[in-house]
Design a protein. Structure first.
Length: 373
């Protein structure tokens, strides 16, 4: 039977697209079902702020009357304006272990991107580097941390057999308090830089959330701008992200660094809510919402999502003070395991910091790219 590729046209198709993951990971003990409500919001091309500077087409693959795969093709104008290129993206890729079906999905995305005048296809991006990013290539014997991706090992072969090639790897480090606490160097460095620069680290002030968000916007778009693949977040995107996280964020784990009264750095660390989401099967309401709060004290991991320092103060050891503060605060909450992710493979400063803390490079993710023909 032939493979039928069709685009998502209505709410029913969208739910089919979202629920495709349950088919792929039915017997996978490490799969963490996404919250269906959050997926619907992220894929809402009419209302989500991402689509004010981007376009996306969603494709489903059907064979013998059964849905067997999905993919998104994404044109991110803000990325191409920032990097002065013509790169398109694929994302939300899921497929049964069938190369013909995978090729058909990749081709559908490639043809759509070509019709938009783009010259390369890169991914996976769900839907951008500011969201879930990269394909897992090492570390399959563990569930993903909060907002990290997960996929079966055979996806690597499906991508590479189609002609997608590595353009960049992303690293995830496992941090263990017991190991870090024995590293005198990090304690010495953080003490020196705090005194030398009069660095002050403060927690997120939930009572002044609007102004705190302004600090985040400033540091985010200053500190990460030199990074490969960086795409600035619009004010609306940052506000939407903050709105989603506000309910579950731990203010003690969100830090601002100030020198002489001016913000110079920011870090966002989140409890690993995937440990709870894994039990919800995609449904937050009604009982999942209750579990979210009753079981949060049982969480045993944190994830350091972002840690950025504006260029003027980089390479001065200030990141050591942030890391020290994060791990000590988490330890006081009874959390002694952490993940620092994701880190670009060639980000020398961040990789060196993770290694200094005896971090274990325990997962790798890959960004693929292919010239559009």
């Amino acid at each position: 039977m032939s493979i039928n590729i069709f685009t998502v046209k209505n709410k029913k198709d969208l739910m089919t697209f979202i629920k495709m993951q349950w088919k792929i990971y039915r017997d996978d003990p490490y799969f963490v079902p996404p919250l269906i409500s959050e997926r619907k919001k992220l894929l809402d091309r009419k209302n989500h702020p991402f689509y004010k500077h981007a376009e996306m087409e969603l494709f489903l693959a059907e064979k013998n009357g059964e849905i067997v795969g999905r993919i998104a093709a994404i044109k991110n104008d803000l990325h191409n304006q920032t990097h002065n290129d013509k790169v398109g993206f694929f994302g939300f890729f899921e497929c049964i272990n069938d190369q013909v079906i995978a090729n058909t999905l990749f081709k559908a995305a490639e043809v759509w991107l070509k019709s938009k005048g783009l010259t390369h296809m890169r991914g996976p991006a769900n839907p951008s580097s500011n969201d879930e990013y990269g394909m897992l290539i090492e570390g399959f014997n563990d569930s993903p941390r909060f907002l990290m991706t997960y996929n079966p090992p055979y996806y690597i072969e499906l991508c590479e057999n189609y002609g997608l090639k590595k353009i960049k790897d992303l690293y995830a480090y496992k941090l263990v308090y017991e190991k870090i606490s024995k590293v005198k160097k990090i304690y010495e460095i953080q003490d020196v830089v705090r005194r030398r620069y009069n660095l002050k680290l403060t927690s997120l002030n939930m009572k002044d959330f609007k102004n705190e968000l302004m600090k985040v916007k400033y540091v985010y778009n200053e500190a990460w701008a030199p990074n490969w693949g960086f795409v600035p977040m619009t004010d609306e995107e940052i506000e939407a992200m903050a709105k989603d996280l506000k309910m579950i964020v731990d203010p003690d784990l969100v830090l601002f660094g100030e020198i002489d009264g001016k913000v110079i750095g920011f870090s966002l660390t989140m409890p690993d809510y995937n440990q709870i989401f894994k039990k919800l099967n995609g449904r937050l309401f009604p009982l999942g919402f209750i579990k979210l709060f009753t079981e949060r004290k049982k969480i045993t991991w944190i994830r350091i999502l972002t840690l950025g320092i504006i260029p003027k103060y980089q390479k001065k050891g200030l990141d050591a003070a942030f890391y020290y503060e994060i791990i000590e605060r988490a330890h006081k909450k009874g959390i002694d395991l952490g993940e620092a992710s994701w880190v670009l493979e060639d980000n020398e400063m961040m990789n060196r910091s993770a290694i200094m803390m005896q971090g274990e490079l325990y997962k790798k993710y890959r960004i693929y790219e292919k010239e559009i023909t």
